[in-house]
Design a protein around this ligand. Sequence first.
Ligand code: ATP
Ligand code: PRP
Ligand code: NIO
Length: 483
Amino acid sequence: MYTKALVTDLYQLTMMQGLFFEGKHEQRCVFDRFYRKNPFQNGYTVIAGLNHVIDYVKRLRFGADDLQYLRHTGFFKEEFLRYLQGFSFTGDIYAMPEGTVAFPQEVLLRVHAKKSEAILLETCLSMILNHESLIATKARRIRTVAGNDTLMEFGLRRAQGKSAGVHGARAAMIGGFNGTSNVLAGAMFHMPVLGTMAHSWIMSFASELEAFRAYVRQYPNNLILLVDTYNTLKQGVPNAIKIFTELRQKNCLPAVYGIRLDSGDLAYLSKEARKQLQAAGFSDAIIAASNDLDENLIAELKAQGSEINSWGVGTHLITAKDSPSLGGVFKLVGQYEDGQFVPKIKMSDNVEKISNPGIKNVLRIYDKETGKMKADVITLAGEEIDSTKDYELTSDKAPWRFRLLKGGTYHVKSLLQPIFKEGRAVYTTPPLQDIISYAEEQIQSLWPEYRRLVNPEEMWVQRSKKLSALREELLEKESMKFF
Ligand SMILES: Nc1ncnc2c1ncn2[C@@H]1O[C@H](COP(=O)(O)OP(=O)(O)OP(=O)(O)O)[C@@H](O)[C@H]1O
Ligand SMILES: O=P(O)(O)OC[C@H]1O[C@H](OP(=O)(O)OP(=O)(O)O)[C@H](O)[C@@H]1O
Ligand SMILES: O=C(O)c1cccnc1
C-alpha cells in the first residue's frame, strides 16, 4: 500500500535529496500560498480544503512500500531513504479558515518549516486547496443566482475520479449547496444526502403511473417524481398529480413533494407544469430541474420566468467546466541564514508576478456601521492597524486613488490562524454547518457589486507601507546586480 507521501512530483523528492546531501535540508524557511486570478472571472474565491490538508499533513509518513518504490526508481540513495523513513512534518502552518472569501495576491496559507518539509508539502497541498476552493467558488456563483431555491449536488458520475467527486461535494456545501446525491461524501462529512429517481426506474414498470405508485409504496416521504420519461405535460405531470391527489385523499401527502424535469425547454415546461399543479390545488409542489445546468443557465431560466425552485447541478459544478483550475501557487518568501531571517523576492518582467517578500499576514477592514468589507491589507506579520486612528488606503497600482478611513468607523480582523505548531495540529476544524454559516456571513459582508457574476468590482487589496518598503528595497537590490 502506498501512502499519500507519494502524492507529489518527482522533483520535490529529488530536490529534497539534493538538499539533504548538500546539508541544506534542515534550513528553516517560509513559503506562502496565494493565487493571482479569481476563477470564472469572479470577484472573489471561497477558500475550501483546509480540513483535507490538515488530515494529509498529520498523516504524512513514508511507508515501507513507498520507500521500496522510491528505491526501485534508481533516483534515491539508501541514506536519504533512511531519512525519509523517519520523516514527519515538524513545522508551523497558518491559514485562512474554510469559508473565508479571499482575493488575488493574499496569503492564503503560510508554512514555516525545514526546507525539505516545506518542499514536500507543495504538490499535494496545492492540489487539494486549488481544487476545493475552485468548486466552492463555482457553487457560490450558482447559489448567487439561485436565491433561496434548493441546490442539489449531482456531480459524482461526471467527476474526474472519486476524490474529486467526494471532496468536491463537500466544497459545494461550503459554497452554499443544500445537499448531495454522493453517499460517500454524506457519510464522510455528515452532509445531507438526497435524491430522486432515474429514468431506468420509470422504465422498469409497465407504465409511468405504476412506476410512480411503486415509488410511493417504498418512499412515501421522498416524493420528487421524474416526469419527463415519455411526455412531460401530457402524461408525466398529470400522472404525478394523480398520485398527489390519491395521497391527499388518504391524508398522506408529505410536506415536501413535487416533480423533476430533466429535458426539454425547462422554462416552458416548468411554467406549464406549475399551471397544472396549481389548478389541481398543489401550489406548494416543488418543481426540480436538472440537465447540464450552471449559474448562467439558471439565471437565464429565471429571467424566462421559470417556475423551478430546486436545481440539481452535476457536470458544470463538479468539473468547474468553464474555468477548470485555480492557479494557486506556493512560493518561497524567505529563509533563515546564519540564524537571521532573510526575505526573498521572485523577480519578473510582469509586475503582477513579482512576489511579496517576507513573513506576512492579511488584515481585513470592515465598515463598523454596515458590517461590509472595505479593504484587505497585506502586512508584514506582527503589524497591526489601530482602528481608533485614521488609516490611509492607497493603491500601488493607481497611486492617485486614495481613501481615508476615519478612526472609530472601522474594525480589523486578522485572517490567518495557526493550524500547526511544531508539527502538532492546533486547529480543530469546525463542524461543517459552522463553516457553511461562516461562508455565508463572509459573502453577506460583500456589497452586491463584488458578488455579481459579470464584471464584478475588484476588492481593494493593498500592501502595508512596511511591506511595500521591503519589496522595493529587495527589488532595488536584485536589479542592481545586473548593472
Ligand atoms: N428555456 C431554456 N432556455 C435555455 N436553455 C435551456 C432551456 N431549457 C433547457 N435548456 C438547456 O438546453 C440544453 C439542451 O436541452 P435538451 O433537453 O435539448 O437537452 P438534451 O440533453 O439533448 O435532452 P435529453 O436529456 O432528452 O437528451 C440543456 O443544457 C438544458 O438545460
Ligand atoms: O446534467 P448534470 O448537471 O450533469 O446533472 C446530473 C445528470 O445526471 C443524471 O442524468 P443521467 O442521464 O446520467 O441519468 P438519468 O438516467 O438518471 O437521467 C441527471 O438526470 C442529470 O441530468
Ligand atoms: O437523485 C437524483 O435525482 C440524481 C442523482 C444523481 C444524478 N442525477 C440525478
